[in-house]
Design a protein around this ligand. Structure first.
Ligand SMILES: Nc1ncnc2c1ncn2[C@@H]1O[C@H](COP(=O)(O)OP(=O)(O)O)[C@@H](O)[C@H]1O
Ligand SMILES: [Mg+2]
Length: 289
């Protein structure tokens, strides 16, 4: 992996839905975020805090009402006007919260091939990308010729991600990728995301309700409340802020919460434990094994 470089920079971004209409709804206020190369970033926050709106701005599905977004990605930064949006859609791949919303072709193959074809790839290049990305996502070759609508929800999600990856993005943006998956599928999915970052040199931005996975996977976590970034840092910095997380209705990591209670009772902790194993290690440090 190369040296860290900013790929997307958001400065003082605000966004309002239906501006000037009776249904006007301000969704983002003064948001500053940098997405750097090779990073996994999680966005966490209560429902309605602005996470989905923010990820749509990253991929230029929506334009900010105020502030500035810069995409410092090869092939995007030299473009002007409408061409920027086309380039951004490919360079910043967005997987919607409900993958069935972005699947519409008759076969899985055609669905994954849709993006590369739009980008003007030859049939041979397209086939290579379809095979590579479906294999990375752990999809069997046989299913490529099935209708996407015969597939289970988890597999459909993998097809949607393979379709986005086939456009060879630098940043992969996932809105609630683990929603509705059972714990084993979540574990597999977490491993898959880490593998994708390594194989494809991707940055990943993930909206997540699952604090354990956000802690385990992320280099940086941004917490949102009422359209603002209210807390950001490494998982250990963020999950140590038990009071603030409670105030913003985000909840706490169980291990960090237990550590906070034990610490209030006089036990010494050298760091906020993010897992049960780390919590046990901290307790043993105090009491010996
Ligand atoms: N298409 C839309 N039209 C109008 N308001 C919307 C729309 N989508 C979201 N909102 C509003 O914007 C705010 C942020 O929503 P959203 O970004 O979906 O939050 P989250 O993903 O964190 O649940 C909420 O108040 C929501 O009601
Ligand atoms: Mg959402």
């Amino acid at each position: 992996m190369g040296a860290e470089k900013t790929l997307i920079s958001l400065k003082n971004i605000s966004f309002t839905y239906n501006k000037g209409l009776p249904t006007e709804c301000a969704a983002l206020f003064n948001v500053d975020i940098d997405i750097n190369s090779g990073e996994i970033i999680s966005l966490i926050g209560h429902t309605g805090s602005g996470k989905s709106t923010l990820v749509q701005l990253l991929n230029s599905q929506q334009a900010p009402g105020a502030g500035e977004i810069s995409w410092l990605i090869d092939g995007v930064c030299d473009e002007r006007g409408a061409a920027i949006r086309r380039r951004v859609c490919a360079a910043v791949g967005l997987v919607f919260q409900y993958p069935e919303d972005q699947i519409f072709e008759e076969t899985v193959y055609d669905d994954i091939a849709f993006g590369p074809r739009q980008l003007g790839k030859t049939p041979e290049e397209t086939e290579k990308l379809v095979f590579k990305m479906s294999e990375l996502m752990g999809l069997d070759k046989e299913i490529l010729y099935k209708s996407p609508f015969e597939l289970s929800g988890g597999t459909l999600r993998k097809v949607a991600i393979a379709g986005v990856l086939a456009m060879e993005p630098r940043v992969l943006v996932l809105d609630e990728p683990m929603a509705g998956l059972d714990p084993k599928s979540c574990d597999n999915f977490a491993r898959l995301l880490k593998g994708l970052r390594e194989c494809l040199d991707l940055s990943i931005v993930m909206v997540s309700h699952n604090l354990e996975y956000a802690a385990a996977l992320s280099d940086k976590i941004y917490c949102m409340a009422s359209g603002r970034i209210v807390l950001c840092g490494t998982p250990r910095e963020v999950f140590g802020e038990i009071k603030k997380l409670d105030e913003y209705q985000i909840g706490a990591l169980p291990s960090a919460l237990i550590a906070a209670e034990l610490s209030a009772a006089g036990l010494k902790f050298t760091q906020t434990p993010l897992t049960a194993d780390e919590l046990a290690a901290e307790i043993f440090k105090n009491y010996g094994k």
